[in-house]
Write a protein that binds this ligand. Structure first.
Ligand code: PXL
Length: 295
């Protein structure tokens, strides 16, 4: 039985009513940063907590993420990707959605395209995960950004922050801006082919921030409290929580709100601990996320 886009399964519940029990299978492709609470070490637990079967394809293994440690090791796993895909093909393995994050190289972006074609039965969700605060992450260059932009424009849903959206469109990055600037940025993304855009970190007034969901060219804005400082890894927490909510049948606006509320909770649980500069204590807020999903 269908209710909106949520699947309703009749069954015994405490109140004798009906329960919602979608059980979807997602593949997430991003790196393993062994230390640092980002990418797969965040996506896998959050997606699992959302009640979604979560398969992984690691794009690279790093000792830790690239932002703030004294250095990092990097093992590129690009060359394993075609063989993994070929093996999956033999077993006709497919996913209800594929969600990509940090990718190690331009070559991988091409492999991701092929994996979308071969193994995706549903949504292709791309978090560009390449830049923040006006700058590309260490190790990426303009050629990478241009190729990642193309992948975002081919996806069903993309989740850039403002820096990434600027890099995809050639817009000048601004620290302060108004609604007209954000509207123009989104309009340019649509013109270049973006379908649903979840633009994160949009701040119009002091002490508040939020997310714009642009679907079929129409924007809605969810605003919430802004916590000063900003924490590393929140983009990955946000995208994973968003994907988990979509897998549970929430629409993009609802999923964007749930992911924002959860990410805010994670930041609140972290900001008073200056030693925890490298990520957020997302584990402590997982029970709340599960409740937000109604599980
Ligand atoms: O959170 C994004 C991210 C993912 N993976 C690696 C990173 C970063 C951001 O710096 O360095 C390896």
């Amino acid at each position: 039985m269908q209710s909106g886009n949520r699947i309703m399964i009749s069954g015994p519940t405490k109140g004798g009513g009906e329960v919602f029990m979608p059980y979807k299978r997602v593949l997430t492709i991003q790196d393993i940063s062994c230390v640092g609470q980002c990418s797969l070490t965040v996506a896998l637990p959050i997606l699992s907590a959302s009640g979604t079967e979560t398969c992984i394809l690691p794009s690279a293994v790093l000792s830790n993420h690239t932002a703030g440690f004294s250095g990092f090791t990097f093992r590129d796993l690009s060359d394993d990707m075609p063989a993994i895909s070929a093996q999956w093909k033999k077993d006709k393995i497919a996913f209800d959605a594929i969600y990509t994050g940090y990718l190690g190289s331009i070559k991988q972006i091409d492999y991701v395209r092929s994996i979308f074609r071969e193994h995706c039965n549903g949504l292709r969700i791309v978090d560009p995960a390449m830049a923040d605060n006006g700058k590309l992450y260490v190790g990426f260059d303009e050629a990478y950004a241009a190729e990642m932009a193309k992948l975002c424009f081919e996806a069903d849903i993309t989740l850039p922050n403002i820096t990434e959206a600027c890099m995809m469109t050639g817009f000048e990055y601004r620290e302060s801006y108004d609604r007209a600037y954000i509207d123009a940025l989104l309009a340019k993304m649509c013109e270049l082919g973006a379908q649903t855009i979840i633009l994160t970190g949009v701040t119009y007034r002091e002490g508040r921030t939020g997310v714009v969901v642009n679907k079929n060219g129409v924007s809605t804005y969810y605003e919430h409290k802004k916590i000063a400082g900003g924490c590393h890894g929140t983009g990955d927490v946000y995208a994973s929580a968003f994907v988990g909510a979509v897998m549970q049948g929430f629409n993009e606006q609802e999923a964007a709100r749930i992911a924002a509320d959860y990410t805010l909770l994670c930041i609140e649980k972290t900001v008073d601990d200056p030693k925890h500069w490298y990520g957020v204590k997302f584990e402590l807020a997982l029970p709340e996320y599960i409740r937000m999903l109604g599980l």
